[in-house]
Structure formats: structure tokens, C-alpha cells
Design a protein around this ligand. Structure first.
Ligand SMILES: CC(C)(COP(=O)(O)OP(=O)(O)OC[C@H]1O[C@@H](n2cnc3c(N)ncnc32)[C@H](O)[C@@H]1OP(=O)(O)O)[C@@H](O)C(=O)NCCC(=O)NCCS
Length: 202
């Protein structure tokens, strides 16, 4: 489905934004756009990390809830979600996990279109509540969600503890190093036996 978006600031023509299901061939482009948007330093407190594994897993398990926004054959936005059935709760939640729009088409309604399509899909999937989360200082996202009807804000605090000084951490790393060294010794021995034409020992 194509629909005419707001006016394109660059040439005054209407920007044609198409919202469609994400396809396997879109993964690299979506990944790259996410890399630009969800940078580690900006999102360091986020409990999720943007990586190939996260994207591929969501695509494989929640394909219906992965959509993209396309403009002139370029992917300029995406939304990825999941359905949450909370134990002990009759409510089904639609969790919008990742929403990203290329800044070059920012504030032209692309995220609003993605959200609209995600909302329709979440409803069809049985969701009664839509859930989003973002860093407390992400003013653009907060403004966007508030503008689009989200409320009931509940602040969360993330605390962290560096484990690298923990004795168990150090012992574990030492065991790993010993294991790696033993594996390297075994590989070297095999290579030498091969070179000498000897059959490998078990
Ligand atoms: C948040 C985000 C998805 C908004 O996308 P968008 O396509 O620009 O949003 P829309 O055009 O549909 O909506 C515009 C509204 O969003 C808010 N908004 C968007 N960018 C903003 C900014 N830089 N500063 C303040 N408000 C902003 C405003 O409410 C704006 O309305 P207005 O222009 O009338 O003030 C986009 O900025 C983005 O990808 N940010 C980085 C990733 C992110 O934070 N994702 C959300 C959490 S997963």
C-alpha cells in the first residue's frame, strides 16, 4: 500500500512513503539504519542491544511484527515488535521494541505511519495494551509517543555493577585462558603430526 506523505522538504514534491512488511533482503539496510540510530553510547542504559542477532531473531520469530517504511527504493524507517502474554495477567501486550526513522526524513510523519500499521497488526494479534520504552532523555521519542497518545509513564532505574573485580569472574577467565591454551597446544600437535605424515592421535 502506498500513501502520499507530507511534502518533501528538499524539492517540495509529496514524499511517497510506502509502509510494507519487512523482507529478508531488507535486513542489511535495516541493520545499518539501526546502527546509525541506536548507537552504544546513546543507548548504553538500554537493556536490549541493537545487533544482527536481535534483528534476525525478531524477523524469524515475529515476522508479522516487522515492518519498514520505503521512500524511492530506500528504507527510511522500520518498526519491530513482539507480543507479550504476561503471566498472571489477562492482558496481552503489544511491545513496540524498536522504532527508527532516518533523520533525513524526520518529522514528516514516517514514524506515525509505522506506528499506525503496527497498532493495526497488534490489535489483530490480540493485544489490548501497547507498550514502549525508551531512555528518559530521549526527548524526540518521548515527544513522539506523547503526541501519539501514549501516557501512564512509569520511570525505571537501571543500576549496574562491574563484575570484572569479582573473584568468580577472575577464576572463570583464568579457566577459559587455560582451556584456550590447551586447545591451541592440541591444534599445534595435530598440525605437526600431519606434517610428519603420522596418523592423528585421538
Ligand atoms: C522518535 C522517531 C522515531 C520519530 O520519527 P519521525 O518520523 O520524525 O516522527 P513523526 O514525523 O511521525 O512525528 C513527529 C513528532 O515526533 C516528535 N519529534 C520527532 N523528532 C523530534 C525532535 N528531534 N525533537 C523533538 N520532538 C521530535 C515531535 O512530537 C514531532 O511532532 P512535531 O513535528 O509536530 O513537533 C525518530 O526521531 C527516531 O528514529 N529517533 C531515534 C530512534 C528512537 O529514539 N526510537 C524510539 C524508541 S525505540
Amino acid at each position: 500500500m502506498s500513501d502520499n506523505g507530507k511534502r518533501n522538504a528538499d524539492n517540495g514534491k509529496p514524499a511517497r512513503i510506502e509502509i510494507r512488511a519487512m523482507e529478508i533482503g531488507d535486513l542489511p539496510e535495516v541493520y545499518d539504519l539501526g546502527e546509525d540510530l541506536f548507537t552504544a553510547e546513546r543507548w548504553r542504559t538500554l537493556y536490549r542491544t541493537w545487533d544482527e542477532y536481535e534483528l534476525a531473531t525478531l524477523f524469524a520469530s515475529e515476522g508479522d511484527l516487522c515492518i519498514v517504511a520505503e521512500l524511492d527504493d530506500d528504507i527510511v524507517g522500520f518498526a519491530l515488535g513482539t507480543i507479550l502474554d504476561k503471566r498472571g495477567s489477562a492482558w496481552v501486550y503489544g511491545h513496540l521494541l524498536w522504532l527508527g526513522v532516518d533523520p533525513k526524513v524526520g518529522r514528516r510523519g514516517v514514524a506515525a505511519k509505522l506506528l499506525e500499521r503496527m497498532t493495526e497488526t497488534f490489535i489483530v494479534e490480540g493485544a489490548r495494551i501497547l507498550l514502549v520504552d525508551t531512555a528518559a532523555d530521549n526527548e524526540a521519542a518521548l515527544a513522539f509517543f506523547r503526541k501519539n497518545g501514549f501516557g501512564d509513564e512509569e520511570p525505571h532505574v537501571y543500576l549496574s555493577k562491574n563484575l570484572t573485580d569479582d573473584p568468580e569472574y577472575k577464576a572463570h577467565r583464568k579457566r577459559e585462558k587455560l582451556r584456550d591454551a590447551a586447545a591451541r597446544r592440541r591444534a599445534r600437535k595435530l598440525r605437526m603430526q600431519k606434517r610428519a605424515g603420522k596418523p592423528a592421535e585421538g
